[in-house]
Design a protein around this ligand. Sequence first.
Ligand SMILES: [Cu+2]
Length: 154
Amino acid sequence: MKRLFALALLAVCATANAHDYTVGELKIVHPWARATPGTIQNGAAYMTLTNTGKQADRLVSASTEAAGITELHTHLNENGVMKMRQVNDIPVEAGSTVKLQPGGLHVMLIKLKQPLKEGDSVPLTLRFEKAGEVKVDVKVDKVGAMPAMQHAGH
Ligand SMILES: [Cu+2]
């Protein structure tokens, strides 16, 4: 029990050090990506979006020099098979939080110019319908890093 408490405390402390960004009424918390192994040319960026305002907003696009194409994606379960599907935008309702995470919504980085290496950071520009543009640094975590573990390294 004591150990559990210590771990929980550590998680809270680490989260305080996570990097986050604000644009208009939107907060972008801890943008991160998994390192890409070997010759894999596609990666994905994850983050938490919180709308502290009173009107709905939407993430309409993202771009980075690190990849040839950047798309907004989600995962759908079609007859038991997880498939990625491009979405036009990612809505963030007023007062709500949307998580981009493995197995769900993500920013797809297609045709990476070089592999994502643990410890690197990749500049990413996010464009929101109302809040406008914000540049964030996507921190590259381990290959196969899980969202619950994401703060451990920072
Ligand atoms: Cu994808």
